[in-house]
Design a protein around this ligand. Sequence first.
Ligand SMILES: NC(=O)C1=CN([C@@H]2O[C@H](COP(=O)(O)OP(=O)(O)OC[C@H]3O[C@@H](n4cnc5c(N)ncnc54)[C@H](OP(=O)(O)O)[C@@H]3O)[C@@H](O)[C@H]2O)C=CC1
Ligand SMILES: CCCCCCCCCCCCCCCC(=O)[C@@H](N)CO
Length: 318
Amino acid sequence: MVFGLFKEKWNPDGKHVYVTGGSMGLGLSLAQILVQKGAHVSIVARNQARLDEALKTLEKYRQTPAQVIQARSHSLDTATSSTEALESICEAHGGAAPDAVFACAGASKPMFFMEMTEEDLSNGMTTGYWVQAWTAWAVARKMAKQKKRGGKIVLVSSMLGYMSFLGYASYSPAKHALRGLADTLQSELMLYGINVQIFFPATMLTPGYDEENKTKPQIVKDIEAADNGLTADQAALALFKGAQGDYPHISGDFNSDLFRTSTRGAVGHANWIWDGLLDMVAFFAAPAWKHSVDKRVLAHREEHEAYLAQKSFYSTGS
Ligand SMILES: NC(=O)C1=CN([C@@H]2O[C@H](COP(=O)(O)OP(=O)(O)OC[C@H]3O[C@@H](n4cnc5c(N)ncnc54)[C@H](OP(=O)(O)O)[C@@H]3O)[C@@H](O)[C@H]2O)C=CC1
Ligand SMILES: CCCCCCCCCCCCCCCC(=O)[C@@H](N)CO
């Protein structure tokens, strides 16, 4: 398989690009880049005040008076609300399907599995998987019905969609599921001339990151300290550059590249030589790193048991 050779780069200039989760973090930074490149940009998120702020920010990057820049408040948790959101942003474009969608919406609530409730686990699937899957479903159908060629659908997973470690039982499965969806759609939506990609960023220093750190156990923070994190702008640039091509998996940094090449499955190579070298590095580096994580987790056993005891875990029923 050869990706991107001899093909023109995807250019958002003059296109209608839909960014979910565009009111802050990765989505907002990406929306800024797209506006700067001359795209008509529609952002969707729930909180109206943050959408208003984001719209003001995006206006600063406007290139021409003709650009349509809009923000709409919708929850993307269900098929119905995701379809409504899509219909509402397409109104200004005469009902035409967007040229591209970047599904950035999502959230994570790390904590110990023992402490997760049924609600935590099922919300994890909604905020990690369905919030993007329904958008992909609604957009793909609209593009296909209108026989729009050259469409693009980009999902946002995480490095935790390639691997995982303690604390992410409600989040990592959803991000792995997104990979399964993206790999399926990359194959199936070729039928309609739609290019499907998925982004696997490591830590991004965003409002969402500050929020998840409120429930994140210290040991999880310690493991993550191996990663400095990218700013939202840096991550959005990596995402945008990946989206200019058509290679299905976009990784934001070197470590994600190691996991990409060593868990590639049936995804082709971005670069035969470089990917082979990275895979070889990962062959040694990933088990060494994992060994250090396992040691850290085992060293935490006693402290963890004391923590659970103090939370009355052992003395309450189910
Ligand atoms: N930050 C990180 O370290 C990493 C994040 N990721 C993923 O990257 C993506 C972006 O993350 P990040 O920028 O940090 O997130 P933020 O929390 O900073 O921003 C998330 C955006 O999504 C919107 N959103 C969240 N849930 C919903 C929903 N149910 N319906 C509609 N809009 C929603 C939020 O607005 P509102 O709340 O108002 O709806 C906001 O605009 C997410 O999918 C996240 O899982 C992946 C790897 C690392
Ligand atoms: C092959 C060897 C390389 C080893 C180095 C790996 C270092 C990993 C650090 C963990 C980063 C966690 C990213 C999670 C981001 C995320 O999705 C959450 N913030 C939830 O939003």
